[in-house]
Design a protein around this ligand. Structure first.
Ligand code: ATP
Length: 363
């Protein structure tokens, strides 16, 4: 079995090849992963609802639905990697942890991913304005996307251990890679039994903030213009973003564009005072914190992060809310690594937004 957070590489398969295997009257098979652990244990009921809704919606368009949920995250990932050799699409039901499994199964191959967002955080779905906790709407959207072959192509981040050729860590992420107080908060929130994602993050944030300090990092950054900078950072906050949201709705990286082939590095230039940190956090819910002098933010192509002897020892690395190990890590952008199923109207809106963004950049 591959190590936690690690995936084997797969060859590209075409949906046309995979979709027509099995029953002759079917247009294809949709493999679905649910999560009984999602939303603080309420996932089992949600899973049944989602499978029923997907069977109904996809069935109307001629697609069969197979539940391939495993007994653990690892088993589900293995099942998904096997399923995509013959399934038309993979659908994940749950929160960002399920998105993490989904993207690690389909990254860099042609099989599209559908998301039924019904976890407690749902940050990746939020950034794409996908329906949240609306299972029937999500299922109908996925069925329409399958029927009209409606997908958008997105970037993913990829984290690997620089020392051993990606043996210890080899993980794709859709949202963010967290290495500092954000990772400590995420790790603590994952262990909380509080009912709402926002509450879990708030409680974990208050606890971690009371013992916050500077962590010591050495970073080697490949900038947007391919120049390289090597330097030490003493900071409480260092994260690498592919998508805008984290922590159940904090718009930490508002400028993240899921189709620019780049990532964003977000850090604090010094340890803020408690009132300063609270003010910045309040602004971050609106993505309005980037004008704060303490916040560093830049587009990057890749970054290698190591711990130094200075400051506190950095906590575990969290990738889309999942613990993937410890530093060192190299993170880079994989452009066009994910095909996401979205209803045709959403695809049109997405294409318009992207066209406008590129026209704005060219001006
Ligand atoms: N089949 C499974 N059995 C047990 N645990 C699983 C299974 N599939 C996934 N998990 C784990 O369950 C945890 C919670 O999953 P998920 O992120 O989907 O829900 P959430 O915590 O409610 O949402 P969010 O991450 O958006 O806050 C994750 O750590 C995930 O790895």
């Amino acid at each position: 079995m591959p190590p936690f957070g690690s995936v084997g590489r797969r060859s590209m398969i075409s949906p046309a090849d995979s979709g027509n295997r099995g029953s002759s009257h079917r247009r294809g098979i949709v493999a679905v992963l649910t999560n009984p652990e999602a939303d603080n244990g309420r996932g089992a009921r949600t899973a049944t609802q989602a499978i029923t809704a997907l069977r109904k919606a996809c069935g109307q368009h001629g697609f069969g639905v197979v539940d391939i949920t495993g007994h653990s995250r690892e088993e589900s990932l293995e099942n998904a990697c096997r399923a995509i050799t013959h399934a038309t699409a993979l659908v994940v039901v749950g929160g960002d942890g399920m998105v993490s499994i989904g993207v690690n199964a389909v990254a860099d191959c042609d099989v599209p991913l559908g998301i039924v967002a019904c976890g407690s955080g749902n940050d990746f779905a939020r950034g794409l304005e996908l329906p949240i906790s609306r299972i029937e709407t999500s299922a109908e959207g996925i069925a329409a996307a399958l029927s009209y072959d409606s997908t958008i192509v997105l970037d993913l981040g990829h984290a690997c251990s620089p020392e051993d050729g990606g043996h210890r860590i080899d993980t794709f992420f859709a949202g963010m890679l967290n290495c500092s107080i954000d990772a400590a908060i995420n790790d603590r929130a994952n262990q909380s039994r509080l009912p709402l994602g926002t509450l879990r993050y708030l409680e974990a944030g208050i606890r971690e903030a009371s013992r916050v300090g500077n962590y010591g990092f050495h970073v080697s950054v490949v900038n947007e213009d391919h120049s390289v900078n090597d330097y030490d950072l003493l900071t409480p906050l260092l994260a690498v973003a592919n998508a805008p949201y984290i922590g159940s709705g904090i718009q930490a990286s508002p400028d993240s564009d899921l189709a620019d082939g780049l990532l964003e590095m977000l850090w604090a230039k010094w340890l803020p005072t408690a009132p300063e940190a609270l003010r910045i956090l309040a602004k971050a819910y609106r993505g309005a914190h980037l004008d704060e002098p303490v916040i560093g933010y830049q587009r990057i192509r890749s970054i290698t992060i190591r711990a130094t002897d200075e400051g506190k020892t950095p906590p575990v690395l969290m990738s889309d809310g999942e613990c993937i190990g410890t530093l060192p890590v190299t993170v880079d952008a994989h452009g066009k690594a994910l095909r996401l199923l979205v209803p045709p109207t959403v695809r049109e809106h997405w294409n318009t937004v992207e066209d406008n963004r590129h026209m704005g950049e060219e001006r």
